[in-house]
Ligand binder design. Structure first.
Ligand SMILES: Nc1ncnc2c1ncn2[C@@H]1O[C@H](COP(=O)(O)OP(=O)(O)OP(=O)(O)O)[C@@H](O)[C@H]1O
Length: 320
């Protein structure tokens, strides 16, 4: 379990992480999303004890990492896949790491097998592809058999096969009951990988909720309607906050009303319906809306630290 409480980090006049609180729980994949510079890497570095918080705390299983006697057995991290000695083989790299942390050689064989590195393990790291480097990073993170794993952008630059492999590995690690905390820019990838999301924008938590709730809450209601009386119904639905887009003579899409409201209105005006289908917003849509809102309310210096009343009132539970 990872717990951040009022975590804050400033570098000179830059506030990289601003009063951030969240929990990444065991048995699930917690996705850590946010635009460039949102503060994801800084948060992860503080979790690993590589940077000190200016205020607040981030703990792994209730303690700061430096307070654990055997940190590698508590948490494994892939923060920078390139941080290896290129002249060594993958197996040598893992053996050195294991030896310096009192971990037996058998575990090195185990993690090589777990990450499918058998054939590459005897080759020099200098010749590794990006995907093989990523596997080596994950193998190193798993050496201490830790209950908590932190992966910073683990699929960046990987080919589709590599992306799929990381996704399956991450899901499996959570299924084993581990805490998996993973950052990414890739919304579609997170939608397939994470159970829960923490979204950062300019150092602040914008949302902290199950992935499905984020899609439901932030996505605007959209409904596909097919009716032989399409133009009558479109006239009846027309309002200031409603967008109507015709697809053909009988079919149109409504944004801003839910299916129940459209159905009731159709009955009132006597329009015969052939289809009434709620359309799900994609995670990408929800994410863009959330981060866009953050940028807007931060752009005015006078309201920099105050969420506007209408945004606060409209925010669903978990969206801050
Ligand atoms: N060592 C540092 N010194 C000064 N500023 C820093 C330092 N590390 C990070 N920052 C600043 O803190 C902010 C957050 O950076 P961070 O790398 O944590 O964001 P990120 O969400 O990981 O972004 P990206 O996805 O681009 O890696 C940025 O404005 C960055 O320039």
């Amino acid at each position: 379990m990872i717990t951040a409480e009022s975590l804050t980090k400033t570098y000179g006049s830059t506030t990289a992480v601003d009063d951030v609180s969240f929990t990444a729980e065991p048995g699930r994949v917690t996705g850590f999303l946010g635009p460039n510079g949102a503060g994801k890497s800084t948060t992860m570095r503080m979790a690993m004890g590589l940077d000190r918080p200016t205020r607040g705390s981030i703990t792994v299983n209730g303690r700061r990492l430096v307070e654990h006697r055997a940190p590698l057995r508590e948490v494994g991290a892939v923060l920078d896949a390139g941080a290896t000695h290129p002249g060594r083989t993958g197996r040598q790299h893992l053996q050195v790491l294991a030896a310096t942390h009192g971990i037996g050689r058998r575990r090195v064989d185990d993690v090589i097998e777990l990450t499918g590195m058998e054939s590459a393990a005897t080759k020099r790291i200098a010749g590794y592809s990006l995907g093989m480097n990523q596997r080596l990073g994950i193998a190193a993170a798993l050496l201490g058999d830790p209950a908590t794993l932190i992966f910073d952008e683990p699929v960046n630059g990987l080919d589709p096969e590599g992306v799929r492999w990381v996704r399956q590995m991450v899901r499996q690690l959570a299924a084993e009951g581990r805490t998996v905390f993973i950052s990414s820019h890739l919304m579609a990838e997170m939608a397939q990988t994470a159970d829960h999301l923490v979204v950062l924008g300019r150092g602040r938590v914008l949302a902290d909720m199950p992935i499905q709730d984020l899609i439901d809450a932030s996505g605007e209601a959209r409904v596909l309607v097919r009716s032989q009386d399409a133009s009558t119904l479109m006239n009846a639905l027309s309002a200031q906050d409603v967008t109507l887009v015709a697809r053909d003579a009988e079919t149109f899409e409504v944004t801003g009303l839910d299916a129940r409201t459209v159905g009731r209105r159709a009955q009132e005006v006597g329009a015969v319906l052939h289809e009434l289908t709620p359309l799900q917003s994609s995670l990408e849509d929800s994410y863009m809306k959330l981060t866009d809102h953050a940028v807007q309310y931060r752009s005015g210096a006078a309201v920099a630290d105050v969420a506007p009343a209408d945004a606060a009132a409209a925010a669903p539970e978990g969206v801050r």
